[in-house]
Design a protein around this ligand. Structure first.
Ligand code: IVH
Length: 699
């Protein structure tokens, strides 16, 4: 009997099959297993038992062992060991996964509570109950349940899109496959942290070292590496844990308070870390102090405490700003410190020409990571600490922050050291370096001729949050720059013309060049916000790039507006400085960027080479304010100025600080100033706070 004719599995042991029959059976198995994977993971409707599925996998393995030359590219076994980054399907988070703002002191926490009160327009002494929870140092994931069953698990990724790691998450004992009870929302997405215990981490590293495999720097890296495995049996063997602490999409509310929601989640079968509810910030801070003292005794890494507003109606009103919620804050623990020797001070040149002193250190382990370089910030910092080459120093690192030199141990200074002389010429291009009055940084004046600046700008352009070109790291950019292959951003998209030469380069093969060129092609279409961020305009970070993209929507429109904004009396200048976080200094940097002819050439070039996506208009609800400019003046009684602004923007309005002919409405609170008068003179509709609330649909 030929397996091919039946299209199934033969009863014969593999060694008794002909090559032809084995090939046919492997083809059948590849298709069959993929079909059951899809039923199980995507459709949530498996139609065979786990045992029957395991039998299919076992048969596939046995056949491949007997006929290794017949292993197919689409075999389920081939998902093992491929590059993790490209091996997972993408998942778009229906509710973005945010990060948290940090507080480093008790005052920062008090200020957080004060900010919450201001936003909600509460009295200065109004009670704001906070839930305090340990901040787990792992990686965040989203677990989706439909009809009480686990249907999808994803990593955070960039917050908008993550990777589908369902199969791997399903191996965690802390991830319920079915929810307990029956009162769960039809759709429930639970968010939380996947982590590796310290015990498990040490055991894993011991095994890895034994096997001559890579050891992990810390439990968080180990957890991330273990979750992003294409073979879920590896994940299963790593004993990862999961603590739930938040939720994304839910088809019905989980309660009126976080405390209630936490109890529901526990009832469904999730493990939550201990949380404690406090009505006074000072008590919440005491929880932080206590936990920090117990930190070393816990079997998992924590790096602080998260405080969250307990009332969920307030949470809803508070919303988010940029990438962080206004209703939560992470109170970090003090940084970990270590002593080492400062061997040498090197001056690095950044993309905007800033000269940054970097300390080269005798390598030392701080908080589980080996540190060999630390920043010394600037000339004044070196002087203040009197840091010299040869000194013993204390360094610290906190979270992902670049390690810093905290202080010099004066008693240990060797003889013959000299105070560090900050250079007044650029170490890379020899141009004069200057330190402007009132500034802390020395800057290279070489501008476009300075190779360091050019290379740093290109590195920024291809970096993860900008064009994100996989396979084009800093070292490659530098080498390609030196050889004249990439001098401007546009050259990256002309690299394919040098394909043959690239394949000849040392360290590059056909495959890596093909991959690189493919990665570049994929980035020919880019969002306007990534494009703007990638330009590396001084002070323009991701959050501002996003706001600029939303405001101007297309590159053409933005360029036109920036040309007009050169005139500070223009409406275009007003529109620019009305953007959250764009002050006069940043506005000047942006306008200055467009004033430079070379930058305009780069933009023309990129505009021809790329297709830059028009930024989506923010999701707005239709209202009388949609498309209008609204000015708030005077004190509102029922909401803070920021909440009013956020509300108006959610309704599609632009909020401005000044009244002009173009203003749509002026909303007047108590004690309005000259703006109310000006509105009346110009005949612009004026609303009372109540009228505004009515029209905006605030109840
Ligand atoms: S609440 C921002 N609670 O910390 C969305 N986050 O640094 C709500 N984290 O992205 C997060 N423990 O991955 C929350 N108890 C906890 C947490 C926690 C760890 C992580 C989370 C977040 C990151 C921000």
């Amino acid at each position: 009997m030929s397996a091919e004719s039946v299209g199934g599995i033969s009863a014969l042991p593999p060694e008794q099959l002909s090559e032809e029959d084995a090939a046919a059976e492997l083809a059948y198995l590849a298709k069959e297993i993929a079909h059951h994977d899809a039923l199980y993971y995507q459709k949530d409707a498996p139609d065979i038992s786990d045992a029957a599925y395991d039998a299919l996998r076992a048969r596939n393995d046995a056949l491949e062992a007997a006929f290794p030359e017949l292993i197919r590219d689409d075999s389920p076994s081939q998902r093992v060991g491929a590059a993790p980054a490209s091996g997972f399907a993408k998942v778009t988070h229906s509710v973005p996964m945010l990060s948290l703002d940090n507080a480093f002191s008790g005052e920062d926490v008090e200020e957080f509570v004060a900010r919450v009160r201001r936003f909600l327009n509460l009295d200065a002494d109004a009670e704001v109950a906070l839930m305090a929870e340990p901040k787990i140092d792992g990686l965040s994931v989203a677990l989706r349940y439909e009809s009480g069953r686990f249907v999808q698990g994803a990593t955070r990724g960039d917050g908008t899109t993550g990777e589908n790691v369902t199969r791997n998450l399903a191996t965690l004992a802390d991830v319920p496959k079915r929810l307990n009870g029956e009162d769960w929302p039809e759709v429930l997405e639970v968010r939380g942290e996947v982590y590796m215990s310290k015990t498990e981490f040490q055991a894993l590293n011991a095994r890895q070292a034994e096997a001559g495999a890579k050891v992990f720097a810390n439990p968080r890296n180990a957890a991330a590496g273990s979750l992003r495995q294409l073979d879920s049996t590896i994940t299963a063997a790593r004993n990862l844990g999961f603590f739930g602490y938040a939720w994304g999409e839910v088809s019905e509310p989980l309660g009126g308070t976080l405390q209630e929601a936490r109890a529901r989640l526990e009832g469904f079968g999730f493990t939550l870390n201990d949380g404690a509810l406090y009505t006074a910030a000072k008590d919440a801070i005491a929880f932080h102090t206590d936990l920090e003292s117990r930190r070393a005794g816990l079997d998992y890494d924590i790096d602080g405490v998260v405080y969250k507003v307990n009332r969920l109606d307030w949470v809803e009103r508070l919303g988010q700003v940029s990438r962080s919620p206004r209703w939560a804050i992470a109170h970090k623990f003090a940084a970990e410190r270590a002593e080492t020797v400062l061997e040498r001070i090197e001056i690095q040149v950044g993309r905007t020409g800033t000269l940054t002193p970097v300390a080269h250190l005798t390598p030392v382990t701080v908080g589980g990571v080996v540190v060999s370089r630390a920043t010394l910030h600037n000339e004044d910092e070196i002087k203040r600490k009197d840091a010299r080459e040869g000194d013993s120093v204390i360094i610290q690192r906190a979270g992902d922050v670049i390690p810093q030199v905290v202080e010099v141990i004066a008693d240990k200074r060797p003889k013959g050291t000299k105070p560090f002389q900050f250079p007044d010429i650029c170490p890379r291009c020899g141009s004069l370096a200057v330190r402007e009055e009132g500034e802390v940084a020395w800057r290279c004046t070489g501008g476009l001729i300075c190779p360091a600046q050019a290379v740093e700008r290109l590195k920024h352009f291809v970096s993860r949050d900008a064009f994100d070109i996989e396979g084009l790291g800093g070292k490659h950019v530098e080498a390609f720059w030196i050889d004249g292959l990439i001098k401007t951003p546009g050259d990256i998209f002309r690299l394919a013309a040098h394909e043959a030469a690239l394949k000849e380069r040392e360290g590059w093969g056909d495959k890596s060049v093909d991959n690189l060129l493919r990665a570049i092609e994929q980035r020919r279409t880019v969002s306007l916000e990534r494009f703007i961020y990638g330009l590396g305009i001084p002070q323009v970070g991701e959050a501002t790039a996003k706001l600029l993209a939303r405001t101007y929507r297309t590159l053409d429109h933005w360029r036109e507006a920036m040309a007009q904004a050169a005139d500070h009396d223009s409406d275009a200048y007003g529109e620019l400085t009305d953007i959250d976080g764009v002050g006069p200094a940043m506005a000047d940097d942006i306008i200055g960027f467009f004033a430079e002819p070379h930058n305009r050439e780069v933009l023309d070039d990129l505009d021809e080479l790329l297709s830059i996506e028009e930024a989506a208009a923010p999701q707005v609800s239709e209202s009388p304010f949609t498309g209008k400019t609204v000015v708030f003046t005077g004190t509102l009684a029922t909401m803070g100025r920021k909440e009013a602004k956020a509300k108006a923007e959610a309704l599609g309005a632009r909020v401005s600080g000044s009244v002009s002919k173009k203003t749509g409405y002026v909303v007047i609170g108590a004690d309005p100033g000259s703006k109310a008068k000006k509105a009346k003179e110009l005949g612009i509709p004026v609303l009372t706070e109540e009228e505004w609330r009515d029209m905006a649909g605030v109840d």
